[in-house]
Design a protein around this ligand. Structure first.
Ligand code: DGL
Length: 272
């Protein structure tokens, strides 16, 4: 059941990566407002323990509740992989939507030969959430995972094109893809990775289907919102950052695909 208020869609990530999801939601539901929180002070989540990531996710959600949202979107694979059940139980009946299951569904639908590779943070890979979600859909699929933590730093640094990300992508991916029967599908299992898609594409070649869960998640959210018949609030986009609003606006604009004005970014303290 969804809250029948005309509140915004609340979205959070460890940093600016989830803005790729926010952008897809804005395209799918242009009449809806959203509030996006990037926990930039504590990024990366991907190298931290499940307990710490869960605590951060609960604090981020609590901070978003003051906007009386109609739903919570966990636009971070790492937090989706470990904290979704805790958030769903704590905030029921508010819908809490993560990115792992929609990503797994999109990957299984895209894969023709049943060989899927997942690239993600160390935390997401260690927890195996994608492997479980893919096997729940089709136990025959062969899944290989690779943690690519440097991609998060490159994306946050804005080094998304050229020699540096291309070299990193080759280093992370060549042994998986330069084999006789390589995966036919690659899941970008971290919301920071879509901005590196050109470098990743070069490393894996033209034949591999790349799955970015942002579009799939946005479609799922659109169908939940439409089915609920809840009213749309003002189509205002608000941004919250736990550190350096200027950097959030500058780097975040690349992920969001549109300029974010620093005046739109509110600095928040989640530990308060
Ligand atoms: N954007 C986060 C994710 O999707 C990862 C970045 C981080 O390590 O904080 O997993």
């Amino acid at each position: 059941m969804m809250s029948d208020t005309a509140g915004p869609i609340a979205i959070f990530d460890s940093g600016v990566g989830g803005l790729t999801v926010a952008a897809a939601i804005a395209r799918a539901l242009p009449q809806e407002g959203f509030v996006y929180l990037g926990d930039t002070a504590r990024l990366p989540y991907g190298t931290k323990s499940p307990e710490t990531v869960t605590r951060y996710a609960v604090q981020a959600t609590r901070a978003l509740m003051r906007f009386q949202p109609k739903m919570i979107v966990v636009a971070c694979n790492t937090a989706s992989a470990v904290a979704l059940p805790v958030l769903a139980a704590a905030y029921a009946p508010l819908p809490v939507v993560g990115v792992v299951e929609p990503g797994a569904r999109a990957a299984v639908a895209a894969s023709r030969q049943g060989r899927i590779a997942v690239i993600a943070t160390e935390g997401t890979v260690r927890g195996g959430a994608y492997v479980r979600a893919i096997h729940a859909l089709n136990a025959q699929v062969h899944v290989v995972q690779r943690a690519c933590p440097l991609f998060v730093a490159l994306a946050e640094e804005g080094w998304t094109h050229g020699a540096v990300p291309e070299l990193a992508a080759r280093k992370y991916l060549s042994d998986i893809f330069e084999v006789e029967t390589p995966p036919d599908t690659l899941v970008l299992g971290c919301t920071h990775f879509p901005v590196l898609v050109d470098a990743i594409r070069k490393a894996v070649g033209p034949a591999v289907a790349l799955v970015d869960s942002a579009e799939t998640v946005a479609r799922e959210i659109a169908s939940i919102v439409r089915a609920s018949g809840s009213g749309a609030g003002p189509a205002v986009h608000r941004f919250l950052s736990t550190d350096a609003p200027e950097r959030f606006a500058r780097v975040g604009s690349q992920f969001f695909g549109a300029a974010i004005d620093v005046a739109q970014v509110e600095l928040v303290d989640l530990s308060a």
